[in-house]
Design a protein around this ligand. Structure first.
Ligand code: SF4
Ligand code: SF4
Length: 257
């Protein structure tokens, strides 16, 4: 009989929303708990089973020297490491610091900035250690998380699409808010996974799932320009939840020039 695989959940700079998704999978949680041993998950239990771990889910970005050291230790005790959420896969909202001087923020926010030991940047897990799979979203989708864990248990590749949110609009029969209402929408360049929630409520997607596979950002910029959106607002839209994903970062820097 093979041993039950051990799951560990780790937190770095983040809001906890993605790891809470695991507790929020409702009925599926009992199936997961039956198939996998929850060995390290401080958000859920104080009980800790020693590693190594078969599957580590890592939430959050690397923002301090201690984080940079700790993620290497996590990698060493993890057979498979999956980065979950916009923070872990693209540096998160906190990556906005990468476009400014972090020293200026420290002076404004803290009475004694000299006590703060931080890095100048917020970066993705993959920038520090090898990552076996990245699951995007802010927060991640419950359905996609269950799919990734199920794929791990059954030793298969996760079935996570790389196509855009536009495909999900078509699948749920939502009229395109950009075409029908002239609302700027990031859907054409954003990865699917949320089920196109925002357009279904008559608002544009603001890109929380990060770049879709091969996003045509120049085409989106041209659409937005026709809708009267200026470059400053386009750059701002690219620099929200996934500001430091390579695709959004490169485009935002090009449009800022
Ligand atoms: S509403 Fe947005 S995501 Fe949906 S089809 Fe239109 S552009 Fe694409
Ligand atoms: S439509 Fe866009 S912004 Fe809204 S939840 Fe989906 S990916 Fe996020």
């Amino acid at each position: 009989m093979t041993a039950t695989p051990k799951l560990a959940v780790w937190k770095f700079a983040s809001c906890d929303g993605c790891q809470l998704t695991l507790l929020d999978v409702e009925d599926d949680f009992m199936d997961i708990a039956g198939a996998i041993q929850i060995a390290h998950f401080p958000e859920a239990t104080r009980a800790v089973v020693e590693g190594p771990y078969d599957l580590s889910l890592v939430e959050g970005s690397i923002t301090t020297p201690h984080d940079a050291e700790r993620i290497r230790e996590v990698r060493e005790v993890s057979r498979t490491l999956v980065a979950i959420g916009a923070c872990a896969t693209a540096g998160g909202i906190q990556a906005l610091r990468n476009y400014a001087d972090v020293g200026d923020f420290l002076k404004i926010v803290y009475a004694h900035p000299e006590y703060i030991d931080t890095l100048a940047t917020s970066t993705a897990i993959e920038d520090h250690v090898e990552v076996d799979f990245e699951l995007r979203g802010c927060p991640i989708s419950k359905k996609q998380l269950v799919e990734v864990i199920d794929a791990f248990i059954h030793k298969r590749k996760p079935n996570i699409p790389g196509h855009s949110v536009c495909v999900e609009c078509k699948l749920r029969g939502t009229n395109c808010v950009m075409v029908a209402q002239g609302i700027p929408c990031m859907g054409p360049i954003t990865q699917a996974g949320c089920g196109a929630i925002c357009p279904a409520y008559d608002r544009g997607c603001y890109g929380c799932f990060g770049p879709a596979e091969s996003p045509n950002i120049d085409s989106l910029a041209s659409w937005w320009s026709d809708l009267g959106v200026g470059r400053v607002d386009l750059v701002r839209a690219l620099r929200t939840f996934n500001a430091y994903s390579p695709e959004f970062r490169e485009a935002s820097e090009a449009y800022e020039r």
